[in-house]
Write a protein that binds this ligand. Structure first.
Ligand SMILES: NC(=O)c1ccc[n+]([C@@H]2O[C@H](COP(=O)([O-])OP(=O)(O)OC[C@H]3O[C@@H](n4cnc5c(N)ncnc54)[C@H](OP(=O)(O)O)[C@@H]3O)[C@@H](O)[C@H]2O)c1
Length: 251
């Protein structure tokens, strides 16, 4: 029987690193949810792309039906659902638009809630089942000008803990990975907006962030992916919030 990792936003950024890490383990199959397959084309026999616009709320029930059917067909021996898709917005409490708040809470909290609720009853049939939520360093601390992002990433930490308690009797685990700055399109956008608001160049700001880390660099998506695989495979790790940020903030 196959092992199945279902990964939202699998085609780029951190999602691509997670996908790559699972594919290195030859016995895992990927079901990737995004608008494109990126470099993971259908030529890769262990990777199936299901077209998904995860911001199109009306399409989600249809998507849930398709993913359920995939799980029921494969009947995986192990299954990990990686709730990776996320949205970010640079705005403080006074200038956060209600629509942006709703968008971030949809992507970062409600979608993981809907997917966890829909798929867990099927996941309990596997020998090793888990939900892996992707939070952020900002799941535990706050910085200026990211109100909706910080609030939603704190909320996903609470959702993970609740899932770990509520689904334990179904032998489904839950864990939260909290990445620090990781090379991706989202990180580039955050740096661009922050640099503009602080009258700095993006290179100056990038360097300033790197100086806050003992490693003096950003992470790469595969480093997050390797941690995701470790958590998916290890049946003893449950309800953990794991920071992976190279020691960011220590300095
Ligand atoms: N990067 C960081 O420094 C960092 C730090 C902490 C936490 N995080 C968290 O890590 C997660 C991933 O972040 P990331 O930096 O990799 O983000 P990203 O660069 O925005 O991710 C790109 C991925 O999102 C997919 N995507 C974008 N819009 C989509 C849509 N409407 N429907 C479906 N897929 C969509 C893209 O695929 P398509 O374009 O093909 O749809 C691509 O696969 C997020 O939860 C984020 O909050 C990131």
């Amino acid at each position: 029987m196959q092992k199945l990792a279902i990964i939202t936003a699998f085609s780029g950024g951190i999602g691509a690193g997670i996908t790559e890490a699972f594919l290195k383990e030859s016995d895992w199959h990927i079901l990737g949810l995004a608008r494109s397959a990126g470099k993971f084309t259908e030529l890769n026999k262990n990777c199936t792309h299901l077209f998904s616009d995860l911001l199109n709320q009306r399409e989600i029930p249809n998507l849930i039906t398709k993913v359920k059917s995939h799980i029921q067909t494969i009947k995986p021996s192990e299954i990990c659902f990686v709730h990776n898709f996320g949205q970010a917005k640079h705005a403080n409490i006074l200038n956060t638009e209600e629509a942006d708040w709703d968008n971030l809470f949809w992507a970062n909290v409600k979608l993981p809630f809907l997917f966890t609720k829909a798929f867990s009853p099927l996941m309990q049939n596997s020998q090793n089942a888990s939900h892996l939520f992707i939070g952020s360093t900002l799941s535990e601390i706050a910085v200026p000008d990211s109100t909706a992002y910080i609030a939603s990433k704190h909320a996903i930490a609470g959702l993970m803990k609740s899932v770990a308690i509520d689904l334990a009797n179904m032998r489904i685990r839950a864990n939260l990975i909290c990445p620090g700055f990781t090379e991706s399109e989202m990180a580039d956008q955050v740096i661009k907006y922050t640099a503009e608001s602080q009258n700095m160049t993006t290179e100056q700001l990038k360097q300033a962030f790197k100086e806050k880390s003992p490693l003096k660099r950003f992470l790469n998506p595969l480093e997050i992916g390797n941690l995701a695989v470790y958590l998916a495979k290890n049946p003893a790790i449950n309800a953990e919030t794991i920071n992976i940020n190279g020691g960011f903030g220590l300095i």
